[in-house]
Ligand binder design. Structure first.
Ligand code: NAD
Ligand code: UGA
Length: 469
C-alpha cells in the first residue's frame, strides 16, 4: 500500500488529500499539521474550513484511508510520498519584505523530513513557491541525507476556494514537474499513477521543475490580470456611460479571449493573487528584469486603485462625509461560498470607511465576529502567518458591529455596501431594507449582484461598479 503524508492541513492540504483518499482507496493518506486545533477540527464534525461538498468527501474516507494527526515525525517517516502544503506568505521583514515569499514554514518542513526520514522519499511541492525553490529544498534534504534518495517534484495546486471539490474532481490539468533524470522521471510516473485514478491522462502535464514552479505563478498572474483589466475598464465605463457588463460580454465573446473571469468587482482578494504577483515581481527584479517586474506590479496597483475608488465613491456620494453614519456591509469573505477572509477587499473598504469615521455593521453568512475583528486589527501581510503564532485577541474596533442577519445589519443605516457576491444577497427583500434605512438610502454594489433599476424604483440611490449612475 502506497502511503502519502501531507504536511499542512489547510485550504489546500485538507481538501486535496481528502479527494486523493476518496479516489484512491488503496492509498493511505495522512494529513499532519503543527496546529493541534486545526487537526482536532479536521477530526470533528465541524471542519476547520467551509467548502461545498467537503464534508461528504471527508466523512466517506476519514478513519478508513484518510487520517489527520499532529504526529508529524511518525507519518513523515512512514510515507513514500510527502506533499508539502504549508503556507508561503509574503515576507514581513528583512530582505524582500513586502514582496518575496517567506519560505520559513517550507524550510522547517524540509528540515523535519531530513531529520526523521529513514527511507527514500518523493517530496512534492504543493505550496506555491518561487521558481527555483526545489533547488534550495534539495540542498536542505540532501545535506545530511544518510544515504537516502530524495526526489523533489513540483505539483502546484490550481483549485479555487468555494469550488475546491469540483475543481479537484475535474481539474483542467494536473501539472507535475521533475528532474529530467531517470530517477526524476520515475518519481513523476509514481505521482502520475496517483492522479491517473481519476484524471484523464491527457490532462496530466509533465514538465521540468522550473516550468512547473513558474507556471503556477504565471497562471495566477494571468487570472488576476484579467480582473484588473476589466476593473480598469469599469472606471472608464463609469466616466463615459458605458456598461461594464455589456463591454465584458462583448469582449468575452471573442473566442480568443473567452467569457470567464471578466466580472468587474470592488477588487480581487484571497490568499494568493496578491502574494503570488508580488513574488513574481520580486523574482523579475532579482533577475534584472525591471520592465517585466513593473508590468506585473501594475496588476496590483489597479486592484488597490479599484478598492480605494470604491471607498471614495461611497464617501463622495454621501455628501463627502460618512462620519457618524451607519454603513452596512453585506459580505466580508473574499468571494462567495467560502468563509475565508484572507486579503478580502472588505478589509480595505472597511478600513477606508472607518478612516472617515463611519460606524460599520457587518453581515456575512460564513464569517464570525471574532475573525472580522481580528482582520480589521491586523497589520498588512501579517494575516498569512499561522493563526497559532498570531498575537491573541487584538483590541476590537468599537465602531464595528457584526450581526447574523442582513436585515439587522441594514436597520437604521444610511448606506449599504455589497462586498461579497453571496447568492442570498440577490433575493433579499430590498423594499423591507429600504423601509428601515435612513433617507436618502444608498446602495453601493461592489459585486454587481443587484439590479440597479429595480432598486431605484424602490427609492434607493444606487451605485454599481462600471454601470451608468
Ligand atoms: P493554510 O494557511 O490554510 O494552511 C497551511 C497549513 O500549514 C497551516 O495549517 C499551518 O499550521 C501548517 N504548517 C505550517 N508550517 C508547518 C510545519 N512546519 N509543519 C506542519 N504544518 C505546518 O494555507 P493554504 O491556503 O492551504 O495554502 C497552502 C499553499 O498552497 C500556499 O503556498 C498557497 O499559496 C497555495 N495555494 C493555495 C490555494 C488556496 O485556494 N488557498 C490554492 C492553490 C495554492
Ligand atoms: C485563485 C485561482 O482561481 C486558483 O486557480 C488558484 O489555485 C488559487 O487562486 C490560488 O493559487 O490560491 P481563489 O483565490 O480561491 O483561486 O478564487 P478566485 O475564484 O480566483 O477569486 C479570486 C478573487 O478574484 C476573488 O476575490 C473574486 O471575487 C475575484 N474575482 C474573480 C473577480 O473580482 N472577478 C472575476 O471575474 C473573478
Amino acid at each position: 500500500m502506497v502511503k502519502i503524508c501531507c504536511i499542512g492541513a489547510g485550504y489546500v492540504g485538507g481538501p486535496t488529500m481528502a479527494v486523493i483518499a476518496l479516489k484512491c482507496p488503496s492509498i493511505e493518506v495522512i494529513v499532519v499539521d503543527i496546529s493541534a486545533a486545526r487537526i482536532a477540527a479536521w477530526n470533528s464534525d465541524q471542519l476547520p474550513i467551509y467548502e461545498p461538498g467537503l464534508d461528504e468527501v471527508v466523512k466517506q474516507c476519514r478513519g478508513k484511508n484518510l487520517f489527520f494527526s499532529t504526529d508529524v515525525d511518525k507519518y513523515i517517516r512512514e510515507a513514500d510520498i510527502i506533499f508539502v502544503s504549508v503556507n508561503t506568505p509574503t515576507k514581513t521583514r528583512g530582505l524582500g519584505a513586502g514582496k518575496a515569499a517567506d519560505l520559513t514554514y517550507w524550510e522547517s518542513a524540509a528540515r523535519m523530513i531530513a531529520d526523521v526520514s529513514q527511507s527514500d522519499k518523493i517530496v512534492v511541492e504543493k505550496s506555491t513557491v518561487p521558481v527555483k525553490t526545489a533547488e534550495a529544498i534539495e540542498k536542505i534534504l540532501t545535506h545530511n541525507s544518510k544515504g537516502i534518495n530524495y526526489q523533489i517534484l513540483s505539483n502546484p495546486e490550481f483549485l479555487a476556494e468555494g469550488t475546491a471539490i469540483k475543481d479537484l474532481f475535474n481539474p483542467d490539468r494536473v501539472l507535475i514537474g521533475g528532474r529530467e533524470t531517470p530517477e526524476g522521471q520515475k518519481a513523476i510516473q509514481a505521482l502520475k499513477n496517483v492522479y491517473a485514478n481519476w484524471v484523464p491522462e491527457e490532462r496530466i502535464i509533465t514538465t521540468n521543475l522550473w516550468s512547473a514552479e513558474l507556471s503556477k505563478l504565471a497562471a495566477n498572474a494571468f487570472l488576476a490580470q484579467r480582473i484588473s483589466s476589466v476593473n480598469a475598464i469599469s472606471a472608464l465605463c463609469e466616466a463615459t456611460g458605458a456598461n461594464v457588463a455589456e463591454v465584458a460580454y462583448s469582449v468575452g465573446k471573442d473566442s480568443r479571449i473567452g467569457p470567464k473571469f471578466l466580472n468587474a468587482s470592488v477588487g480581487f482578494g484571497g490568499s494568493c493573487f496578491q502574494k503570488d504577483i508580488l513574488n513574481l515581481v520580486y523574482i523579475c527584479d532579482c533577475n534584472g528584469l525591471p520592465e517585466a517586474a513593473n508590468y506585473w506590479k501594475q496588476v496590483i496597483k489597479i486592484n488597490d486603485y479599484q478598492k480605494s475608488r470604491f471607498v471614495n465613491r461611497v464617501v463622495a456620494c454621501m455628501f463627502n462625509t460618512v462620519s457618524g453614519k451607519k454603513i452596512a456591509i453585506l459580505g466580508f469573505a473574499f468571494k462567495k461560498d467560502t468563509g475565508d477572509t484572507r486579503e478580502t477587499p472588505a478589509i480595505d473598504v472597511c478600513k477606508g470607511l472607518l478612516g472617515d469615521k463611519a460606524k460599520i455593521s457587518i453581515y456575512d453568512p460564513q464569517v464570525t465576529e471574532d475573525q472580522i475583528q481580528r482582520d480589521l486589527a491586523m497589520n498588512k501581510f501579517d494575516w498569512d502567518h499561522p493563526i497559532h503564532l498570531q498575537p491573541m485577541s487584538p483590541t476590537a474596533v468599537k465602531e464595528v458591529t457584526v450581526t447574523w442577519d442582513a436585515y439587522e445589519a441594514t436597520k437604521g443605516a444610511h448606506g449599504v455596501c455589497i462586498l461579497t457576491e453571496w447568492d442570498e444577497f440577490k433575493t433579499l427583500d430590498y423594499a423591507k431594507i429600504y423601509a428601515n434605512m435612513k433617507k436618502p438610502a444608498f446602495i453601493f454594489d461592489g459585486r454587481n449582484v443587484v439590479d440597479p433599476e429595480k432598486l431605484r424604483q424602490i427609492g434607493f440611490i444606487v451605485y454599481s461598479i462600471g454601470k451608468p449612475l
